[in-house]
Write a new protein. Structure first.
Length: 163
């Protein structure tokens, strides 16, 4: 057997401290720490979803439909992963855990106030996220859709394209 974490310390589902990734969390934490220790990111970063294909989980509507869904903060030009968050489904104690705002806030925690600009796709982009990041002295740019529930109804800067 190869154990990465002490099973006796595992919290039960619904209890504080519970995590579905408990058994492999030390490895994930070590990887993220090493990613951040060996690289100082340049100004331009991007946040996006990624699929890690080595475990078979079906995700409808994605080019790669099978795998583990991850959210990544990466260097915009090279794709170097600076931080990541693995999607584990609905959070048992926090319904806001997997919202776009929460994901962006967690991923950007170590870069806030350091002069970076984060580029976001339409799932992550909203006025609330932009205001929050700019308030933390971190620039943010993203594509938006006018029908997102947080978007203002007026179209001041929208460029609409016919498809």
């Amino acid at each position: 057997m190869f154990l990465l974490n002490n099973n006796d310390a595992k919290a039960a589902r619904g209890q504080p401290g519970y995590g579905p990734l408990f058994k492999i969390q030390p490895v994930i934490d070590t990887l993220i720490t090493k990613f951040q220790d060996v690289y100082t990111p340049e100004e331009q970063l991007t946040i996006n979803e990624a699929i890690c294909p080595f475990i078979r989980v079906y995700i409808k509507g994605k080019p790669h439909k099978y795998g583990i869904k991850m959210f990544e903060l990466c260097k915009a030009k090279s794709g170097y992963v600076y931080n990541l968050d693995i999607y584990t489904g609905t959070h048992p104690t926090n319904s806001e855990h997997n919202t776009a705002f929460s994901v962006v806030d967690r991923l950007c925690d170590k870069i806030k106030g350091k002069g970076h600009c984060v580029y976001l796709d339409r799932w992550f982009s909203s006025p609330k996220i932009f205001d929050h990041l700019w308030g933390c002295k971190t620039k943010a740019v993203g594509t938006v859709t006018s029908n997102r529930k947080e978007m203002p109804k007026q179209k001041l800067f929208w460029k609409t394209e016919k498809r």
